[in-house]
Design a protein around this ligand. Sequence first.
Ligand code: URA
Length: 226
Amino acid sequence: MNEELKEVVGFLRAYIELERESGTAEFFGAMAPKDDSVKAHIGQDLEALKKEVALCANCDLSATRLNVVFGSGDPKAELMFIGEAPGAEEDIQGLPFVGRAGQLLTKIIEAMGMKRSDVYIANILKCRPPNNRIPLPTEILACEENVRRQVEIIKPKVICTLGKFASQTLLKTQTPISALRGKFQEYNGIKVMPTFHPAYLLRNPQDKKLVWEDMKKVKKELKLPE
Ligand code: URA
């Protein structure tokens, strides 16, 4: 190899290395350590959004919250659960679904053959409405963009919306949850399975079997073992 060619090859190597490090490894296909670098990218984007949302003051809930409850789980999850809003325990811990309804959600996830850490869990509202009142339309409007961006980064294969507010917000409908549940719909090209909220199931345990029917459809869609 003559000197000039060596210089060009060296330059190209350095360039490829730089691109890899700056997170554009996708463009190099099989040459790049794709899985790990793409995973790291998703994690970084989600962390950046989390930092942004932590400072949010787009609605009055920012004045009464203890913590912003951004979401938790695997940023690369194939399955994402979206609930309504943080409650008292979630507000204290800064984590979604850690109270009684959350314990039931954990059981549902485990009954599907997964762990909580395998999925991603978030809410439509990132801050607790005082006294756990229902979200106001203005609060949903102010916060909707955050969940849209979370979904865009995570790109799950399936979203399971928990209860009326999450389902109606994502699906832009006023149809009651009893009519929505159990039927796949779409949100920005991603399959959505609306189902009852775990807090509703705590009050109406007879409907747990309906949620299980919905989760079986989710499992099938994700090709999880039966
Ligand atoms: N209910 C929700 O909708 N979200 C939580 O995080 C907890 C309870």
